[in-house]
Design a protein around this ligand. Structure first.
Ligand SMILES: Cc1cc2nc3c(=O)[nH]c(=O)nc-3n(C[C@H](O)[C@H](O)[C@H](O)COP(=O)(O)OP(=O)(O)OC[C@H]3O[C@@H](n4cnc5c(N)ncnc54)[C@H](O)[C@@H]3O)c2cc1C
Length: 492
């Protein structure tokens, strides 16, 4: 989907006001410049925004949101634009508010294990700054070299180590948020617990629909005394999946258990020569961390569990360089798939861990039925699947078949007792699946929360909810007037 609209009088007027408020050089309206921002990591949805604002300060964010609110013009926040669900897809008649220049990290408060950062700060920079104090920032999306903390908060980002350490929501203590009317609220704070409603919890994962984070207080974790990583090769996906369940059932909580199937291994080998076991139908990357004695004891146990499930090769990282190589294959897998297929969709769904073997088998059957291939690389410990649906966009109609298959995989996740997203968010891409995952009453309750923050419906409209709704509308009752596609600029 590609949408382009001529600027309206409303946005032309607003652009002038924005220039006066934040500076001429920070407001883009030239089509060639705007096109840079027409999509995020999900490139099959493209919308050219009417205006882009490159904020460089908290005040720029406040001014931009306030002016949008006064003009009744929608705005969409954007961090690094690596999102995979179209969350930062612009509104054609709206403002795209880019936060990537807000990149200041405060000093590390080592005694309290926390740090205050601006939203455009890159995920990996937090651990870089914390490392001299033996501290780290735990959530580690594979995109951590480029994605922003603001985007992580908005998506409640996960990562390989979230099995043990939890998602972004477990590592954010507070946030300063510019609400959709331009006022500023402080959610949570430096204290570990706060009375009243958990509005910070509601904000995290709200995908830019409740306001714009301008400052985030992050919790840091102590770097573990010992880390050990192993790479295990299996001749069947079922054995690899069963190993994951057996490890957890044995009461061991690894820092990470990641799984890749044969296609994903082939792609990673082609791209980064990670040297995974030849002939493996599936590999697990298993990492244990904690006190050395505990890690050593559990490592031996894990090796035995894998052996009992017919692992044919187990490699243990001897040093940091070997560990990095094991992770390189896993972390580069999404992009690597480009080596074995002209095009692909990254899907993100969750299933109960114990259903891994049957769901993976069913998915393979579904792909075979439509003549496509699906590569799997995922957070196996959490049951968070990332099927990569491979297709050739030069073949007429194949993109559509791939899209249908990706949607059917989400249905399979729901039917298996899981969910349509583990960490990439709903965004534009999966909003139509929300009606399958939730009841009308569930969605109406979410809408009440949204309306409390954003009664005018101008913050990232058209995302998350399957059908546009007006605030003040009687829950469950929708009118024909609300059914325009918000991607083309309707405000609801
Ligand atoms: C190769 C690759 C690997 C990935 N691996 C992972 C992974 O392992 N785990 C994972 O969770 N994700 C992963 N992702 C997805 C993506 O990196 C994450 O969703 C990330 O959190 C997005 O951050 P961003 O800065 O790019 O946000 P953007 O894409 O710019 O925006 C994402 C959403 O956040 C909103 N937003 C951005 N900044 C703010 C703000 N300051 N205030 C309010 N809302 C805001 C936007 O409106 C949008 O809805 C991966 C992506 C790629 C391309």
């Amino acid at each position: 989907m590609t949408v382009t609209e001529a600027p309206t009088d409303r946005t032309t007027l607003l652009a002038g006001e924005l220039r006066a408020a934040v500076g001429v050089e920070r407001v883009l309206t030239e089509r060639a410049q705007l096109r840079t921002y027409e999509c995020d990591g999900l490139t099959n949805f493209r919308v050219t925004p009417a205006v882009v604002v490159l904020a460089e300060s908290r005040q720029h964010v406040i001014d931009t949101v306030r002016l949008c609110s006064e003009a009744g013009v929608p705005f969409v926040a954007r961090g690094s634009g690596t999102g995979l669900s179209g969350g930062a897809l612009p509104s054609a008649d709206g403002v795209l508010l880019v936060l990537s220049r807000l990149r200041t990290l405060g000093p590390v408060d080592a005694d309290n294990a926390r740090i205050v950062v601006e939203p455009g700060v890159i995920n990996l920079w937090v651990t870089r700054d914390a490392a001299p104090y033996d501290l780290a920032y735990a959530p580690d999306p594979s995109s951590q070299l480029v994605c922003s903390i603001g985007g992580n908060v908005a998506e409640n980002a996960g990562g390989a180590h979230c099995l043990k350490y939890g998602f972004t929501v477990n590592h954010v203590m507070g946030a300063e948020v510019v609400l959709p009317d331009g006022s500023v609220a402080h959610l949570g704070g430096a204290a570990p617990e706060h009375p009243g409603y958990d509005l910070l919890g509601a904000f995290i994962g709200s995908e830019g629909t409740l306001g714009v984070a301008t400052e985030v207080t992050l919790r840091l974790v102590r770097v573990p005394e010992s880390v050990q990583t192993m790479l295990v090769g299996f001749r069947s996906v079922e054995d690899a999946a069963a190993t994951v369940s057996d490890i957890i059932a044995a009461g061991i909580l690894p820092a990470a258990i990641e799984m890749m199937d044969a296609l994903a291994i082939e792609a990673a080998e082609a791209a980064v020569r990670c040297g995974y076991p030849a002939g493996a139908v599936a590999v697990l990357v298993i990492e244990l961390d904690g006190p050395q004695v505990e890690v050593e004891a559990q490592f031996t146990q894990v090796e035995q569990i894998a052996k009992d499930r017919h692992a044919f090769e187990t490699r243990i990282a001897a040093d940091a360089a070997e560990r990095a190589l094991m992770w390189k294959g896993r972390k580069s897998a999404f992009a690597a798939v480009g080596r074995i297929s002209p095009a692909y969709f990254v899907q993100d769904g969750v299933i109960p861990r114990t259903k891994l073997p049957e769901v993976l088998a069913e998915m393979k059957q579904m792909a075979d039925d439509v003549g496509l291939r699906v590569a799997n690389v995922f957070h196996a410990g959490d049951g968070n699947l990332h099927p990569l649906v491979l297709f050739d966009d030069a073949v007429d109609g194949q993109a559509h078949v791939a899209e249908e298959l990706a949607g059917a995989i989400l249905d399979l996740c729901i039917d298996s007792g899981g969910s349509i997203t583990g960490e990439h968010g709903v965004g534009q891409e999966k909003r139509h699946k929300m009606a399958k995952q939730f009841t009308e009453a569930d969605l109406d309750t979410m809408q009440l929360v949204r309306c409390a923050f954003d009664p005018a419906g101008i913050a990232n409209p058209g995302k998350i909810f399957p059908t546009p709704r007006l605030c003040g509308e009687r829950p469950g009752v929708h009118t024909a007037a609300d059914t325009h596609d918000p991607a083309i600029g309707e405000v609801f």
